[in-house]
Design a protein around this ligand. Structure first.
Ligand SMILES: C[S@@+](CC[C@H](N)C(=O)[O-])C[C@H]1O[C@@H](n2cnc3c(N)ncnc32)[C@H](O)[C@@H]1O
Ligand code: SF4
Length: 390
């Protein structure tokens, strides 16, 4: 039995629609269609009420939400009435901690910028803007509908309203020059006062247009050495601008780490509502175990299943092995590392491999904290593969 006491509760709300489908994206996102606002509110409400019951059933004595995250898809396209209803309902059902963080993902378009003030009035206090690139040619390559000018307008509008703004960028693709990327980042960070950045190296995901293009030789990938060079230069630029790297892809100014994502990486409790969203709770019934709530992925199926009464596609009691692997792989993404006592059965770790990794100064293990050393974070997947007993 692990000693770890969970005490945080988050809510993830998935909105599955976008203006168009980006060629690299395998998220549960679909091109906009006509929807019935009241039906959507009712389905989210049914799911929120069901999850309140689940907290009680599983003996989880958490009364208030610490964070909410509207993710997608493109939640800035959500009808305002839906966003407002979800915030009001979740406050009524779960209660809010005083310093609750409420994030919404937004795309930089003029239509969405006009809604920022309304989002703020509803309680959103953190905006995550999907800029994706700081170069017009690369934005075209990534199939984005906006350009640099739109990003600038969105950021100017957002910074008048929000004190906590993050942007997402994709980088490290074939043809991109490392020095151009570093210069773009530098000039951008000199202009805008951001609190948080998520920098993702482009990955090719099955089922996307880029996957087909890659198979047909239209898109190539960069090699691992080049990827490491991109990673190192990004770390340097961000650190020059006083961002602290706290997770493999995430950088924050002091006091602005994303509390919601920290809850995932620290394997806390979260509720997931909306198409394809999943939630995980630590049940405290008899033996402590993890329960996963999986939602129907297809928006229309999700809506029809949840409109009259709540229905998850699957509720799974996770076995110790699965939840321990998850705790380890999520926890090691953090620079501060993982409290090893969170793991129930330490036999998932191959201690001979651990010793070897320590000897090579790739990981450190001291006072219950296991962490991957900074310079080796880029190789996290192969480190995990070596570390986990097979
Ligand atoms: C749910 S998506 C984005 C939300 C929003 N709709 C947008 O496009 O800005 C979350 C982030 O994952 C990143 N992402 C998605 N697919 C990716 C891929 N194949 N490679 C690298 N990053 C990816 C993008 O930076 C994106 O902003
Ligand atoms: S990257 Fe964002 S906007 Fe593009 S399809 Fe995915 S979720 Fe939608």
């Amino acid at each position: 039995m692990n000693k770890y006491n969970q005490n945080l509760l988050s809510l993830y709300v998935h909105w599955p629609y976008c203006e168009s489908k980006c060629p690299y994206c395998d998220f549960n996102s679909h091109v906009n269609e006509k929807i019935n606002v009241n039906d959507w509110i009712q389905s989210y409400k049914n799911q929120l009420l069901a999850m309140k019951e689940e907290l009680i059933e599983n003996n989880i004595n958490l009364k208030h939400l610490d964070t909410i995250f509207f993710g997608g898809g493109t939640p800035s396209l959500m009808p305002l009435k839906i966003v407002e209803s979800i915030i009001d309902l979740s406050k009524e059902i779960f209660g809010f901690e005083k310093d609750i963080e409420i994030t919404l993902e937004a795309n930089p378009s003029s239509y969405e910028s006009k809604k920022f003030i309304k989002f703020k009035q509803m309680g959103i206090n953190r905006l995550s803007i999907g800029a994706q690139s700081l170069n017009n040619n690369h934005l075209k390559f990534l199939g984005r509908l906006h350009n640099i000018k739109d990003i600038k307008i969105a950021l100017n509008d957002a910074s008048e309203i929000f004190e906590n703004i993050s942007i997402d960028l994709i980088y490290a693709f074939y043809g991109q020059k490392i020095h151009d990327w570093a210069n773009e980042l530098e000039s951008f960070l000199s202009t805008y006062n951001l609190q948080h950045l998520s920098l993702y190296q482009l990955t090719i995901e099955e089922g996307t247009k880029f996957f087909k293009d890659h198979k047909n030789g239209i898109i190539k990938l960069i090699d691992d050495n080049k990827a490491a060079e991109f990673y190192n230069i990004s770390n340097k630029v961000l650190s020059d601008f006083r961002f602290v790297k706290y997770e493999i892809s995430n950088y924050a100014k002091i006091g602005f780490k994303c509390k919601h994502n920290l809850n995932y990486w620290k394997s806390e409790n979260w509720i997931g509502v909306g198409p394809g969203a999943y939630g995980r709770l630590w049940s405290l019934n008899k033996n402590k175990y993890r329960v996963e709530y999986q939602n129907y992925k297809n928006p229309k199926t999700w809506l029809s299943k949840n409109l009259l009464q709540p229905k998850f596609e699957k509720i799974t009691k996770l076995n110790t092995y699965v939840s321990d692997i998850d705790t380890l792989t999520m926890g090691l993404r953090l620079y501060e590392g993982l409290e090893i006592s969170k793991i129930n059965n330490l036999s998932i770790i191959n201690f001979r491999s651990l010793k070897e990794l320590q000897k090579q100064n790739i990981v450190s293990f001291k006072d219950d904290i296991l962490k991957v050393n900074k310079n080796h974070m880029i190789k996290l997947n192969s480190i995990l593969d070596y570390l986990i007993s097979h």
